[in-house]
Design a protein around this ligand. Structure first.
Ligand SMILES: NC(=O)c1ccc[n+]([C@@H]2O[C@H](COP(=O)([O-])OP(=O)(O)OC[C@H]3O[C@@H](n4cnc5c(N)ncnc54)[C@H](OP(=O)(O)O)[C@@H]3O)[C@@H](O)[C@H]2O)c1
Length: 170
């Protein structure tokens, strides 16, 4: 199994991810960066996150892998898989970066296979029903990059931070 997956997420000060199957806030600069990073690569999403995309369609110009336990689920243009094992089989053939794009259930299950986490920190505390694990509290993850706070056109402050997995848990 690959262990070089890249987790990418935006999270508020409480590591909140979303509410009512939506993002907490749409930060256009961050969405642009997400598109640029993932374009031409592979993204992995849970079925609920796929259904937050425009018209519930996969994102163009990248390979979309969607996890669902529903054997009858179909989505034109996406690769549908029904377990983590099946997902790993599906990505075997791709010599591309693989971005883990949520939501909560997918981040939880795939974090052990990630070695880099790209987090957009949102300077706020929102009501959220889905969360990411607090990477600052995980002994096997280390923050390596802390960007400057910047103001979004959406009127909120945010910054990019990066974490890498440290093999020895230090
Ligand atoms: N802030 C961010 O960066 C970010 C990124 C992504 C998503 N989000 C937010 O996160 C929320 C959605 O997260 P969520 O946790 O509710 O849903 P999710 O993780 O997107 O999707 C959950 C679904 O994935 C499928 N699934 C999960 N594990 C599976 C497995 N091992 N094998 C097969 N299928 C599996 C199941 O689909 P079935 O029910 O079809 O079986 C499950 O119901 C939304 O609010 C969204 O906006 C935020």
């Amino acid at each position: 199994m690959r262990d070089d997956l890249i987790l990418i997420a935006s999270a508020d000060r409480n590591w909140g991810l979303g509410k009512d199957n939506n993002l907490l806030i749409r930060i256009p600069e961050d969405l642009k960066r997400f598109a640029e990073l993932t374009r031409g690569n592979v993204i992995i999403v849970g079925r609920k996150t796929l259904e937050t995309f425009k018209d519930k369609k996969p994102l163009p110009e990248r390979i979309n892998i969607v996890l669902t336990r529903d054997k009858n689920y179909t989505c034109e243009g996406a690769v549908i898989v029904h377990s983590i094992e099946e997902m790993f089989n599906a990505i075997k053939g791709f010599d591309k970066k693989v971005y883990v794009c949520g939501g909560e259930t997918i981040y939880k299950q795939l974090l052990p296979y990630c070695n880099l986490a790209l987090i957009t920190q949102i300077d706020g505390e929102y009501e959220a029903d889905t969360h990411l694990v607090n990477l600052d509290e995980k002994s096997d993850w280390k923050r390596t990059v802390t960007g400057e706070w910047q103001e979004s056109h959406a009127g909120v402050w945010f910054r990019y931070v990066e974490y890498v997995k440290s093999d020895n848990g230090e």
